[in-house]
Design a protein around this ligand. Structure first.
Ligand code: ADP
Ligand code: MG
Length: 309
């Protein structure tokens, strides 16, 4: 493109909240063949709310029947009090929602004596002198706690697109808490518009398979194009394996977790509300946090978005 065309494209981008980090980036965006969206905070609003608290007893027969009120079984409020106290020092949006949800229900929380983040899996804390785990199946399994009695509960919540987390107290499965996040209004339109342009659309997330598929279905992403349970350090590898055959991938993300994947992609696109690390690593920044602006970025680059709104 001529320097003048580059200037015009950059200006149209800026007026649409699409910032290209230089003229070469502006040119390369039109060649993108596959767009990979991060789920949380990118396709979804990233505003989690606590939606469910379930008390579960690891029943002797393994049935996992909800036994609220039975001896030695913690009730819902007790499960939530342990979970939220344990999560008090965590910055994770899942944790903030659990803590806010507990406070809204008038539950008095305590500070954990000890707190450890287990990236991609959950947290481990000491509350009232006992060990509390909050996280996914793997977190509990690795501690020798069988998550199976909670499986039906987890599946129901996950099929609803919620992120369900197991709570273990003092070495025993105690319950499940779930957070939900809303899909952004324009996410489905953006996916449709990309596919109409012949761009294939994928989703990547650290969240579990069922929740990921439920969200993918809502926005029109094929289940075959969903990578779930991806650890933060593995997101870049996932992008690189899509690029292994020469496919030009745009990764769109917002989090600290996403920075290596943004850097690995042919085009890294960060949301303006995302972390500084993500924006730093990105080639394009979408100031409006709108998935639809991925389509705009491609159209500006292709020279097909000439009008300034
Ligand atoms: P994402 O890619 O969606 O940001 P993460 O990699 O941060 O996800 O976490 C993956 C999974 O690990 C979460 O879906 C959740 O099951 C569990 N997890 C992570 N952090 C926490 C936490 N603070 N409390 C409970 N569970 C957590
Ligand atoms: Mg995210």
């Amino acid at each position: 493109a001529t320097p003048a065309a580059t200037m015009v494209g950059t200006a149209i981008g800026a007026q649409n909240g699409v910032l290209f980090k230089g003229g070469d980036i502006l040119e390369r965006v039109k060649d993108v063949e596959t767009v990979v969206f991060d789920k949380t905070g990118t396709l979804t609003k990233g505003e989690m709310t606590l939606t469910d608290v379930v008390a579960i007893s690891p029943a002797a027969d393994g049935s996992g029947v909800v036994t609220t009120g039975e001896d030695e079984t913690l009730d819902e409020d007790a499960v939530l009090r342990y979970a939220a106290s344990a999560e008090r020092n965590s910055e994770h949006p899942l944790a903030r929602a659990i803590v806010d949800g507990a406070e809204n229900r008038g539950i008095d929380l305590v500070d954990p004596d000890d707190f450890e983040n287990v990236p991609g899996h959950g947290i481990r804390a000491t509350v009232d002198g006992v060990t509390v785990l909050v996280g996914n199946r793997k977190l509990l399994s690795e501690d020798g706690i069988n998550p199976e009695p909670a499986e039906d509960t987890l599946r129901d919540l996950e099929d609803d697109g919620k992120t369900a987390m197991l709570v273990a107290v003092d070495g025993e499965l105690a319950g499940v808490v779930a957070d939900a996040d809303e899909v952004k209004e324009s996410a489905a339109e953006a996916v449709t518009a990309l596919r109409e342009r012949g761009v294939s659309v994928h989703m990547i997330t650290g969240d579990n398979e069922r929740t990921a598929r439920a969200v993918a279905e809502r926005v029109g992403i094929s289940p075959d194009n969903v990578s779930a349970g991806v650890l933060p350090e593995d997101k870049a590898d996932a992008v690189e394996s899509l690029q292994a055959d020469g496919t030009k991938v745009m990764m769109v993300g917002d989090g600290v977790n996403d920075a290596p994947a943004l850097a690995a992609a042919f085009v890294g696109t960060a949301l303006g509300s995302g972390t500084d690390v993500a924006i730093e690593a990105a080639d394009v920044t979408l100031m409006r946090d709108d998935p639809q602006d991925v389509v705009k970025a491609i159209r500006i680059s292709a020279g097909t978005l000439a009008k300034i709104k």
